[in-house]
Design a protein around this ligand. Structure first.
Ligand code: AP5
Ligand code: MG
Length: 214
């Protein structure tokens, strides 16, 4: 099964994608996590990506597309995957579509996690992220068992560099301008499914499972 997660920054794409990956035993591929790992490790790609990410802007398609296509060509993706944060522009969606068509394949569902902008800024300030394994927590809603430590891998949890309120505002504007058109794009293909992302994370997940199992 090939699934795309759509939604504003902070809508819960990463949280839900990880739960889907665990339940269906497919990889969770987050381009944001891949960039953050590169920044942490000081790679050339990380240095380039950081310039854009810290401002809340999208990393250019030429740095993003190839990286994603390489990743989904891995052996562990042969039974499917859940993409979180890709595609984020119409050109990225077109490339993915063309690549899958070449392989006689397609995306099964684009799941749109719908959360209004008002809720987003509040969520972001409470988020804590593990830069090692990509797990996400929230200090009030989804706290780790031990404060500041990742339940999954034991690494230190951090506030993401792009979660400052001004940067979150930029990310929201960029989302509305460049990524939201993908909702229409996948609706026209008949594979868009929207869930109410303001609900409790477990209820959001149940709604997604109903869609995927339908
Ligand atoms: P990326 O890492 O993808 O960030 P994003 O889209 O801005 O989304 P977030 O990761 O911030 O939010 P999320 O929807 O995953 O929510 P989460 O589950 O964490 O991208 C970062 C940057 O990388 C981009 O700005 C761009 O520069 C670059 N980039 C990445 N991909 C790119 C691409 N394809 N092209 C170009 N550039 C790219 O949840 C948020 C918080 O809410 C957490 O604390 C969570 O615990 C909590 N929460 C989740 N669900 C609930 C719930 N139901 N109720 C209450 N709290 C909840
Ligand atoms: Mg995320």
């Amino acid at each position: 099964m090939k699934i795309i997660m759509l939604g504003a920054p902070g809508a819960g794409k990463g949280t839900q994608a990880q739960m889907i990956a665990d339940k269906y035993n497919i990889p969770h591929i987050s381009t944001g996590d891949i960039f953050r790992a590169n920044i942490k490790n000081g790679t050339e790609l990380g240095k380039k990506a950081k310039e854009y990410m810290d401002k809340g802007l999208l990393v250019p398609d030429e740095l993003t597309v190839e990286l994603l296509l390489d990743r989904v060509a891995n052996e562990d993706c042969k039974d499917g995957y859940v993409l979180d944060g890709f595609p984020r522009t119409i050109p990225q969606a077109d490339v993915l579509d063309a690549e899958l068509t070449k392989l006689g394949d397609k995306v099964d569902f684009a799941v749109n996690v719908d959360v209004p902008d008002e809720n987003i800024v509040r969520r972001m300030s409470g988020r804590r992220a593990c830069l090692k394994c990509g797990a996400t927590y929230h200090i009030e809603h989804i706290p780790p068992k031990q404060e500041g430590i990742c339940d999954k891998c034991g690494s230190e949890l951090v506030l993401r560099a792009d979660d400052a309120p001004e940067t979150v505002q930029n990310r929201l504007s960029v989302y509305h301008e460049q990524t939201q058109p993908l909702i229409d794009y996948y609706d026209k293909k008949g594979i868009l499914r929207t869930v109410d992302g303001t609900k409790d994370m477990k209820d959001v997940f149940d709604a997604i499972v109903d869609i995927l199992n339908a």
